[in-house]
Design a protein. Structure first.
Length: 283
């Protein structure tokens, strides 16, 4: 028992340690931009128009855990649109890519998976941004206002503020990762298999819910279950489209608008399930 708890603690610690450079880097950039060129950058990003989700989806497909964290912070700082944020979340694949690369017979499926997720991310981002514009729901907050509303950043150096933000987010992620890691360890893979209802038409809906687990372990479990034949490709796509790693955790922590956060979760679920069902019909 003690060894298992120690392993869970160590895994949570290692996962957080891997994210620290990404978190610190983006906060250092945000603090620099806030102090030196926030108005210019905000104007430039607004002029990108519909191309934000395209770039976000392509960059999100790079196999790493940090970009969803970066995107969450940039959105909380009002530097990217909600469509761009969603495109990053959907295309992010985390550990799925290296796991599938380790299985030579599944490499062809890997490229198909990446392509479907990138296309879904672009489509979802463009649709969401278009809907926001048509409904006149653009966020009028100034860049950085929400992100820095309680930290008194203006009275500290750039380095001090970046370190302060990084510590806050890292501790938050560590605590949640520790709790989730404990659940995954003690619940066991057999329990997860039962929850996923193998061979059921409802599997993509369930996999998409599991994908929301804000931990890299979710993508590992889903991908491994696919490798073992328990999960279909359609269900894997649904689960990985909603699996934004710890990006959602950071969003909840840094973006104080609960309705916005819930709407983002809802959009991710709808597009994730849709991508899975369409894949099932076509393939």
């Amino acid at each position: 028992m003690l060894k298992t708890l120690a392993d869970v603690f160590l895994d949570a610690l290692i996962d957080c340690a891997k994210l620290i450079p990404f978190i610190f880097g983006v906060y250092l950039l945000i603090e620099y931009l806030e102090h030196h060129s926030s108005n210019k950058l905000g104007s430039a990003l607004k002029k990108m128009g519909p191309f934000g989700p395209v770039g976000g989806s392509i960059l999100g497909a790079v196999p790493q855990c940090g970009f969803s964290v970066v995107a969450s912070n940039l959105y909380s700082g009002r530097l990217i649109t909600v469509g761009t944020l969603i495109s990053v979340y959907i295309s992010t694949s985390d550990e799925a890519i290296p796991i599938l690369l380790s299985e030579p017979k599944l490499i062809s499926k890997l490229w198909l998976l990446i392509l479907i997720k990138v296309i879904t991310g672009i489509a979802a981002g463009l649709i969401v941004d278009l809907a926001v514009r048509l409904l006149h729901k653009e966020n009028k907050d100034e860049p950085f206002k929400e992100l820095c509303s309680h930290c008194d950043c203006g009275h500290h150096s750039i380095l001090h503020s970046a370190v302060h933000h990084t510590i806050q987010i890292t501790v938050f992620i560590f605590i949640v990762n520790l709790l989730l890691g404990g659940f995954m360890e003690f619940a066991g893979e057999d329990t997860v298999k039962k929850i996923l209802m193998s061979d059921s038409v409802f599997q993509p809906f369930i996999a998409a819910v599991i994908g929301f687990i804000p931990n890299c372990a979710a993508s590992v479990v889903l991908t491994q279950l696919y490798v073992e034949g328990v999960l279909s490709l359609a269900s894997l796509i649904a689960g990985l489209c909603t699996g934004a790693g710890v990006g959602l955790l950071v969003l909840i922590k840094t973006n104080k608008h609960l309705k916005q956060n819930l709407a983002i979760v809802g959009v991710l679920y709808v597009f994730g399930v849709a991508a899975g069902l369409i894949t099932k019909l076509i393939l």
